[in-house]
Design a protein around this ligand. Structure first.
Ligand SMILES: Cc1ncc(COP(=O)(O)O)c(C=O)c1O
Length: 399
Protein backbone atom coordinates (compact mmCIF):
# COMPACT_ATOMS: atom_id res chain seq x y z
CA UNK A 1 0.00 0.00 0.00
CA UNK A 2 1.21 3.50 -0.82
CA UNK A 3 3.34 4.79 2.08
CA UNK A 4 2.13 8.39 1.82
CA UNK A 5 -1.50 7.27 1.88
CA UNK A 6 -0.83 5.11 4.94
CA UNK A 7 0.73 8.09 6.71
CA UNK A 8 -2.38 10.15 6.02
CA UNK A 9 -4.55 7.40 7.49
CA UNK A 10 -2.39 7.32 10.60
CA UNK A 11 -2.87 11.05 11.13
CA UNK A 12 -6.66 10.62 11.02
CA UNK A 13 -6.90 7.40 13.08
CA UNK A 14 -5.61 6.14 16.41
CA UNK A 15 -3.17 3.23 16.23
CA UNK A 16 -2.87 0.28 16.32
CA UNK A 17 -4.46 -0.11 12.91
CA UNK A 18 -4.94 -2.89 10.41
CA UNK A 19 -5.65 -1.29 7.04
CA UNK A 20 -7.48 -3.60 4.64
CA UNK A 21 -7.41 -2.69 0.94
CA UNK A 22 -10.57 -3.98 -0.72
CA UNK A 23 -9.31 -3.20 -4.24
CA UNK A 24 -6.59 -5.78 -3.59
CA UNK A 25 -9.19 -8.31 -2.33
CA UNK A 26 -11.06 -7.88 -5.61
CA UNK A 27 -7.83 -8.30 -7.61
CA UNK A 28 -6.96 -11.48 -5.70
CA UNK A 29 -10.39 -12.96 -6.32
CA UNK A 30 -10.26 -12.10 -10.03
CA UNK A 31 -6.75 -13.52 -10.37
CA UNK A 32 -7.83 -16.78 -8.75
CA UNK A 33 -10.84 -17.07 -11.04
CA UNK A 34 -8.85 -16.21 -14.16
CA UNK A 35 -6.01 -18.60 -13.47
CA UNK A 36 -8.21 -21.45 -12.23
CA UNK A 37 -11.46 -21.06 -14.20
CA UNK A 38 -12.58 -24.62 -13.38
CA UNK A 39 -12.47 -23.92 -9.66
CA UNK A 40 -15.33 -22.50 -7.61
CA UNK A 41 -13.89 -20.26 -4.87
CA UNK A 42 -15.13 -20.81 -1.31
CA UNK A 43 -13.31 -18.09 0.68
CA UNK A 44 -12.08 -19.59 3.98
CA UNK A 45 -13.65 -17.09 6.36
CA UNK A 46 -11.26 -18.10 9.17
CA UNK A 47 -8.40 -16.21 7.49
CA UNK A 48 -10.12 -12.93 8.24
CA UNK A 49 -13.75 -13.09 9.31
CA UNK A 50 -14.68 -9.40 9.33
CA UNK A 51 -18.07 -8.82 7.67
CA UNK A 52 -16.72 -6.13 5.32
CA UNK A 53 -14.36 -8.66 3.69
CA UNK A 54 -17.10 -11.26 3.41
CA UNK A 55 -19.32 -8.65 1.76
CA UNK A 56 -16.71 -7.61 -0.81
CA UNK A 57 -16.09 -11.23 -1.75
CA UNK A 58 -19.83 -11.93 -1.88
CA UNK A 59 -20.21 -9.02 -4.30
CA UNK A 60 -17.44 -10.49 -6.45
CA UNK A 61 -19.34 -13.78 -6.62
CA UNK A 62 -17.44 -15.85 -4.07
CA UNK A 63 -18.77 -18.82 -2.15
CA UNK A 64 -17.69 -19.38 1.48
CA UNK A 65 -16.02 -21.97 3.70
CA UNK A 66 -16.99 -21.68 7.37
CA UNK A 67 -15.54 -23.53 10.33
CA UNK A 68 -17.97 -22.62 13.10
CA UNK A 69 -21.43 -21.37 13.85
CA UNK A 70 -20.23 -17.79 14.28
CA UNK A 71 -18.44 -17.82 10.91
CA UNK A 72 -21.65 -19.16 9.39
CA UNK A 73 -23.51 -16.26 11.00
CA UNK A 74 -21.16 -13.69 9.45
CA UNK A 75 -21.93 -15.12 6.00
CA UNK A 76 -25.63 -15.45 6.82
CA UNK A 77 -25.81 -11.78 7.84
CA UNK A 78 -24.30 -10.84 4.48
CA UNK A 79 -26.93 -12.72 2.49
CA UNK A 80 -29.92 -12.49 4.83
CA UNK A 81 -31.76 -9.99 2.60
CA UNK A 82 -31.83 -12.26 -0.43
CA UNK A 83 -35.34 -13.47 -1.36
CA UNK A 84 -36.07 -16.62 0.72
CA UNK A 85 -35.59 -19.13 -2.12
CA UNK A 86 -32.35 -17.52 -3.25
CA UNK A 87 -31.10 -17.44 0.33
CA UNK A 88 -31.80 -21.14 0.73
CA UNK A 89 -30.09 -21.91 -2.55
CA UNK A 90 -27.09 -19.80 -1.61
CA UNK A 91 -26.47 -21.73 1.61
CA UNK A 92 -27.03 -25.04 -0.12
CA UNK A 93 -24.77 -24.31 -3.09
CA UNK A 94 -22.31 -21.61 -1.98
CA UNK A 95 -21.39 -22.60 1.53
CA UNK A 96 -19.29 -25.41 2.84
CA UNK A 97 -18.86 -26.22 6.52
CA UNK A 98 -15.30 -27.48 6.12
CA UNK A 99 -14.37 -28.25 9.71
CA UNK A 100 -14.21 -32.07 9.92
CA UNK A 101 -15.32 -31.80 13.58
CA UNK A 102 -18.55 -29.91 14.14
CA UNK A 103 -20.67 -29.11 17.17
CA UNK A 104 -24.17 -30.65 17.06
CA UNK A 105 -25.86 -27.23 17.42
CA UNK A 106 -24.23 -26.05 14.17
CA UNK A 107 -25.40 -29.20 12.41
CA UNK A 108 -28.95 -28.59 13.69
CA UNK A 109 -28.84 -25.03 12.48
CA UNK A 110 -27.74 -26.05 8.99
CA UNK A 111 -29.89 -29.15 8.63
CA UNK A 112 -32.70 -27.46 6.71
CA UNK A 113 -30.29 -26.25 4.01
CA UNK A 114 -28.85 -29.72 3.13
CA UNK A 115 -25.38 -28.17 3.31
CA UNK A 116 -22.04 -29.40 2.08
CA UNK A 117 -19.93 -30.72 5.00
CA UNK A 118 -16.54 -32.37 5.43
CA UNK A 119 -15.81 -35.28 7.76
CA UNK A 120 -12.93 -37.67 8.27
CA UNK A 121 -14.12 -40.34 10.70
CA UNK A 122 -16.88 -42.84 11.35
CA UNK A 123 -17.64 -41.02 14.60
CA UNK A 124 -18.29 -37.68 12.87
CA UNK A 125 -20.32 -39.56 10.25
CA UNK A 126 -22.56 -40.81 13.08
CA UNK A 127 -23.01 -37.26 14.33
CA UNK A 128 -23.97 -36.03 10.85
CA UNK A 129 -26.40 -38.94 10.48
CA UNK A 130 -28.07 -37.89 13.71
CA UNK A 131 -28.17 -34.13 13.28
CA UNK A 132 -27.91 -33.31 9.56
CA UNK A 133 -28.72 -36.45 7.56
CA UNK A 134 -29.52 -34.71 4.28
CA UNK A 135 -26.14 -33.02 4.01
CA UNK A 136 -23.73 -33.60 1.13
CA UNK A 137 -20.52 -35.09 2.49
CA UNK A 138 -16.93 -34.64 1.39
CA UNK A 139 -14.48 -37.07 2.91
CA UNK A 140 -11.30 -35.30 3.99
CA UNK A 141 -8.22 -37.38 3.24
CA UNK A 142 -4.77 -37.00 4.72
CA UNK A 143 -2.14 -35.68 2.31
CA UNK A 144 1.44 -34.57 2.79
CA UNK A 145 1.82 -31.06 4.22
CA UNK A 146 5.58 -31.30 4.50
CA UNK A 147 7.25 -27.96 3.82
CA UNK A 148 4.04 -25.96 4.20
CA UNK A 149 4.15 -23.07 6.68
CA UNK A 150 1.15 -24.32 8.68
CA UNK A 151 0.52 -28.04 9.19
CA UNK A 152 -2.93 -29.60 9.33
CA UNK A 153 -2.43 -33.29 8.58
CA UNK A 154 -1.45 -34.15 12.17
CA UNK A 155 -5.07 -33.47 13.07
CA UNK A 156 -7.24 -34.08 10.02
CA UNK A 157 -7.79 -36.53 7.21
CA UNK A 158 -8.41 -40.23 6.92
CA UNK A 159 -5.55 -42.34 5.49
CA UNK A 160 -6.25 -42.69 1.73
CA UNK A 161 -6.12 -46.50 1.95
CA UNK A 162 -9.00 -46.46 4.46
CA UNK A 163 -11.09 -43.98 2.47
CA UNK A 164 -13.17 -46.36 0.32
CA UNK A 165 -14.18 -48.44 3.36
CA UNK A 166 -15.53 -45.34 5.11
CA UNK A 167 -17.21 -44.19 1.91
CA UNK A 168 -19.05 -47.52 1.78
CA UNK A 169 -20.09 -47.27 5.44
CA UNK A 170 -21.33 -43.72 4.88
CA UNK A 171 -23.39 -44.67 1.82
CA UNK A 172 -24.72 -47.78 3.59
CA UNK A 173 -25.82 -45.54 6.47
CA UNK A 174 -27.98 -43.61 3.98
CA UNK A 175 -25.82 -40.49 3.71
CA UNK A 176 -24.76 -38.75 0.48
CA UNK A 177 -21.05 -38.83 -0.26
CA UNK A 178 -20.41 -36.17 -2.86
CA UNK A 179 -16.64 -36.14 -3.09
CA UNK A 180 -13.25 -35.83 -1.47
CA UNK A 181 -11.43 -32.92 0.15
CA UNK A 182 -7.84 -32.39 1.26
CA UNK A 183 -5.55 -29.62 2.50
CA UNK A 184 -1.84 -29.57 1.68
CA UNK A 185 -1.10 -27.24 4.61
CA UNK A 186 -1.28 -23.48 4.54
CA UNK A 187 1.25 -21.49 2.47
CA UNK A 188 2.26 -24.49 0.38
CA UNK A 189 5.04 -23.43 -1.96
CA UNK A 190 5.58 -26.86 -3.51
CA UNK A 191 3.13 -27.61 -6.37
CA UNK A 192 4.06 -31.30 -6.28
CA UNK A 193 2.15 -31.55 -2.98
CA UNK A 194 -1.05 -30.60 -4.80
CA UNK A 195 -0.24 -33.00 -7.65
CA UNK A 196 0.28 -35.93 -5.26
CA UNK A 197 -2.92 -35.07 -3.40
CA UNK A 198 -4.91 -34.96 -6.65
CA UNK A 199 -3.49 -38.31 -7.71
CA UNK A 200 -4.51 -39.74 -4.36
CA UNK A 201 -8.09 -38.44 -4.84
CA UNK A 202 -8.26 -39.85 -8.39
CA UNK A 203 -7.12 -43.22 -7.01
CA UNK A 204 -9.86 -43.19 -4.36
CA UNK A 205 -12.50 -42.35 -6.99
CA UNK A 206 -11.25 -45.20 -9.17
CA UNK A 207 -11.34 -47.67 -6.27
CA UNK A 208 -14.83 -46.56 -5.25
CA UNK A 209 -16.05 -46.79 -8.86
CA UNK A 210 -14.61 -50.28 -9.29
CA UNK A 211 -16.42 -51.39 -6.12
CA UNK A 212 -19.67 -49.76 -7.19
CA UNK A 213 -19.80 -47.11 -4.46
CA UNK A 214 -21.83 -44.18 -5.76
CA UNK A 215 -19.89 -41.03 -4.99
CA UNK A 216 -21.69 -37.99 -6.29
CA UNK A 217 -24.51 -40.06 -7.71
CA UNK A 218 -26.98 -38.61 -5.27
CA UNK A 219 -29.58 -36.42 -6.93
CA UNK A 220 -30.17 -34.29 -3.84
CA UNK A 221 -27.98 -31.50 -5.25
CA UNK A 222 -29.46 -31.77 -8.71
CA UNK A 223 -26.26 -32.75 -10.45
CA UNK A 224 -24.45 -36.03 -10.86
CA UNK A 225 -20.80 -35.19 -10.47
CA UNK A 226 -18.07 -35.98 -8.01
CA UNK A 227 -16.67 -33.03 -6.07
CA UNK A 228 -12.93 -32.50 -5.58
CA UNK A 229 -12.21 -29.93 -2.89
CA UNK A 230 -8.63 -28.63 -3.14
CA UNK A 231 -8.79 -26.99 0.30
CA UNK A 232 -6.44 -24.03 0.84
CA UNK A 233 -2.67 -23.70 0.83
CA UNK A 234 -2.38 -21.32 -2.16
CA UNK A 235 0.81 -19.36 -1.54
CA UNK A 236 1.37 -15.67 -0.98
CA UNK A 237 4.66 -13.87 -1.76
CA UNK A 238 5.85 -12.81 1.69
CA UNK A 239 9.45 -12.19 0.66
CA UNK A 240 9.14 -12.34 -3.12
CA UNK A 241 11.14 -15.56 -3.34
CA UNK A 242 8.26 -17.99 -2.97
CA UNK A 243 6.70 -20.08 -5.73
CA UNK A 244 4.13 -17.85 -7.40
CA UNK A 245 0.43 -18.63 -7.61
CA UNK A 246 0.79 -18.24 -11.38
CA UNK A 247 3.19 -21.19 -11.56
CA UNK A 248 1.05 -23.32 -9.26
CA UNK A 249 -2.14 -22.59 -11.17
CA UNK A 250 -0.59 -23.76 -14.48
CA UNK A 251 0.35 -27.07 -12.86
CA UNK A 252 -3.08 -27.38 -11.26
CA UNK A 253 -5.02 -26.73 -14.48
CA UNK A 254 -3.01 -29.37 -16.28
CA UNK A 255 -3.48 -31.96 -13.53
CA UNK A 256 -7.19 -31.26 -13.08
CA UNK A 257 -7.74 -31.77 -16.82
CA UNK A 258 -5.61 -34.93 -16.80
CA UNK A 259 -7.28 -36.56 -13.80
CA UNK A 260 -10.82 -35.21 -13.59
CA UNK A 261 -13.09 -34.93 -16.68
CA UNK A 262 -15.01 -31.68 -16.61
CA UNK A 263 -18.41 -33.27 -17.25
CA UNK A 264 -18.01 -35.71 -14.35
CA UNK A 265 -16.27 -33.56 -11.72
CA UNK A 266 -16.88 -30.26 -9.95
CA UNK A 267 -13.77 -28.64 -8.50
CA UNK A 268 -13.84 -26.29 -5.57
CA UNK A 269 -11.20 -24.67 -3.36
CA UNK A 270 -11.14 -22.88 -0.03
CA UNK A 271 -8.47 -20.17 -0.33
CA UNK A 272 -8.07 -18.04 2.79
CA UNK A 273 -4.57 -16.59 2.92
CA UNK A 274 -4.42 -16.00 -0.85
CA UNK A 275 -7.52 -13.79 -0.77
CA UNK A 276 -6.54 -11.52 2.12
CA UNK A 277 -2.89 -11.71 3.26
CA UNK A 278 -1.52 -9.06 0.89
CA UNK A 279 -4.52 -6.79 1.49
CA UNK A 280 -3.62 -5.96 5.10
CA UNK A 281 -1.04 -3.52 6.47
CA UNK A 282 -0.56 -3.29 10.23
CA UNK A 283 0.43 0.16 11.49
CA UNK A 284 1.57 0.77 15.05
CA UNK A 285 3.14 3.51 17.11
CA UNK A 286 6.32 3.57 19.16
CA UNK A 287 5.11 4.18 22.72
CA UNK A 288 8.60 4.07 24.22
CA UNK A 289 12.02 4.32 22.53
CA UNK A 290 14.88 3.21 24.80
CA UNK A 291 18.25 4.34 23.50
CA UNK A 292 19.90 3.57 26.82
CA UNK A 293 19.94 -0.12 25.85
CA UNK A 294 22.16 -1.79 23.28
CA UNK A 295 20.66 -2.41 20.80
CA UNK A 296 17.91 0.20 21.27
CA UNK A 297 14.49 -1.13 22.23
CA UNK A 298 11.24 0.06 20.70
CA UNK A 299 7.97 -0.72 22.43
CA UNK A 300 4.95 -0.62 20.09
CA UNK A 301 1.21 -0.37 20.72
CA UNK A 302 0.64 -3.67 18.83
CA UNK A 303 2.27 -7.02 19.51
CA UNK A 304 2.16 -10.82 19.46
CA UNK A 305 -0.99 -10.99 21.61
CA UNK A 306 -2.70 -8.81 19.03
CA UNK A 307 -2.21 -8.39 15.25
CA UNK A 308 1.21 -10.04 15.35
CA UNK A 309 -0.31 -13.19 16.88
CA UNK A 310 0.21 -14.27 13.25
CA UNK A 311 3.88 -14.82 14.16
CA UNK A 312 2.92 -17.44 16.73
CA UNK A 313 -0.10 -19.22 15.27
CA UNK A 314 0.54 -18.69 11.59
CA UNK A 315 4.39 -18.69 11.67
CA UNK A 316 4.30 -15.72 9.35
CA UNK A 317 7.55 -13.87 8.68
CA UNK A 318 7.42 -10.24 9.85
CA UNK A 319 8.75 -7.41 7.65
CA UNK A 320 8.62 -4.35 9.86
CA UNK A 321 9.40 -0.96 8.29
CA UNK A 322 9.45 2.61 9.55
CA UNK A 323 7.94 5.61 7.80
CA UNK A 324 11.02 7.55 8.85
CA UNK A 325 14.03 7.50 6.54
CA UNK A 326 17.54 7.00 7.89
CA UNK A 327 20.34 4.54 8.32
CA UNK A 328 19.03 1.26 9.66
CA UNK A 329 20.50 -0.41 12.73
CA UNK A 330 19.59 -3.53 14.64
CA UNK A 331 17.01 -3.01 17.36
CA UNK A 332 14.76 -4.95 19.71
CA UNK A 333 11.04 -4.52 19.13
CA UNK A 334 8.40 -5.33 21.75
CA UNK A 335 4.62 -5.39 21.91
CA UNK A 336 2.67 -3.50 24.59
CA UNK A 337 1.82 -6.27 27.11
CA UNK A 338 3.71 -7.26 30.25
CA UNK A 339 4.82 -10.64 28.87
CA UNK A 340 8.38 -11.29 27.70
CA UNK A 341 6.92 -13.42 24.91
CA UNK A 342 5.57 -10.21 23.43
CA UNK A 343 8.73 -9.64 21.39
CA UNK A 344 8.68 -9.15 17.61
CA UNK A 345 12.44 -9.18 17.01
CA UNK A 346 14.54 -12.35 17.14
CA UNK A 347 13.77 -14.36 20.28
CA UNK A 348 13.95 -17.97 21.41
CA UNK A 349 10.19 -18.37 21.92
CA UNK A 350 9.13 -17.57 18.35
CA UNK A 351 11.15 -19.76 15.99
CA UNK A 352 10.44 -17.74 12.85
CA UNK A 353 11.28 -14.38 14.47
CA UNK A 354 14.30 -12.65 13.02
CA UNK A 355 16.56 -9.67 13.57
CA UNK A 356 14.89 -6.32 12.89
CA UNK A 357 16.74 -3.30 11.46
CA UNK A 358 15.11 0.14 11.62
CA UNK A 359 16.21 3.78 11.45
CA UNK A 360 16.57 5.55 14.83
CA UNK A 361 13.03 5.98 16.14
CA UNK A 362 11.55 8.14 18.88
CA UNK A 363 8.36 7.90 20.90
CA UNK A 364 5.42 8.78 18.65
CA UNK A 365 7.01 7.47 15.42
CA UNK A 366 5.10 4.89 13.40
CA UNK A 367 6.06 1.52 11.91
CA UNK A 368 4.19 -0.73 9.52
CA UNK A 369 4.15 -4.34 8.32
CA UNK A 370 2.66 -5.41 5.00
CA UNK A 371 1.06 -8.77 4.17
CA UNK A 372 -0.72 -8.94 7.53
CA UNK A 373 -4.29 -9.46 6.32
CA UNK A 374 -4.57 -13.21 7.04
CA UNK A 375 -4.60 -15.05 10.37
CA UNK A 376 -3.59 -11.85 12.22
CA UNK A 377 -6.54 -9.93 13.66
CA UNK A 378 -8.44 -13.26 13.49
CA UNK A 379 -6.33 -14.59 16.38
CA UNK A 380 -5.81 -11.29 18.23
CA UNK A 381 -6.68 -11.30 21.95
CA UNK A 382 -7.56 -8.60 24.49
CA UNK A 383 -4.70 -9.63 26.78
CA UNK A 384 -3.75 -7.05 29.40
CA UNK A 385 -7.02 -5.28 28.66
CA UNK A 386 -5.63 -4.03 25.37
CA UNK A 387 -8.12 -4.25 22.51
CA UNK A 388 -7.31 -5.52 19.03
CA UNK A 389 -6.14 -3.09 16.38
CA UNK A 390 -8.86 -1.07 14.71
CA UNK A 391 -9.58 -2.41 11.24
CA UNK A 392 -9.75 0.31 8.64
CA UNK A 393 -11.32 -0.60 5.29
CA UNK A 394 -10.15 1.32 2.24
CA UNK A 395 -11.19 1.19 -1.43
CA UNK A 396 -14.52 -0.40 -0.54
CA UNK A 397 -16.79 -0.25 -3.63
CA UNK A 398 -19.43 2.42 -3.30
CA UNK A 399 -23.01 1.27 -3.81
C1 LIG B 1 -10.41 -26.71 6.00
C2 LIG B 1 -9.62 -25.51 5.63
N1 LIG B 1 -9.88 -24.95 4.44
C3 LIG B 1 -9.22 -23.83 4.05
C4 LIG B 1 -8.26 -23.26 4.86
C5 LIG B 1 -7.58 -22.03 4.36
O1 LIG B 1 -6.27 -22.30 4.04
P1 LIG B 1 -5.35 -21.21 3.38
O2 LIG B 1 -5.41 -20.01 4.22
O3 LIG B 1 -4.02 -21.83 3.32
O4 LIG B 1 -5.87 -20.93 2.01
C6 LIG B 1 -7.94 -23.83 6.09
C7 LIG B 1 -6.90 -23.25 6.93
O5 LIG B 1 -6.60 -23.69 8.01
C8 LIG B 1 -8.65 -24.99 6.49
O6 LIG B 1 -8.43 -25.58 7.67
Amino acid sequence: MNKKYLQELVIQNETPLLVIDHAQIRRNYQEFRERLPRVQVYYAVKANPVPEIVRTLFEEGSSFDVASRSEFEVVFDTVRNLPPLELEKFIWDKLIYANPVKKPDSLHLLHAYKPLLTYDSEEEMGKILKHCPEAGLLLRVKVSDEGSMVKLSNKFGIEPEKASELIKKTIDAGLNVEGISFHVGSQCTDPSKFVKALESVAGIFQEADSKGYDIGESITRGYRVKIVDLGGGFPVRYNGQEQSFKGLSKVLMKELDRLFPEDKTAILAEPGRFMVANTGTAVSKVILAKHSTNPPAYHLDDGVYHTFSAMIYDHVPLNLEAFKEGEKAECQVFGPTCDGLDCLSENEYIPNSSKIFLPRLEEGDFVYAENMGAYSSASSTNFNGMPSAKILHVNVKKK
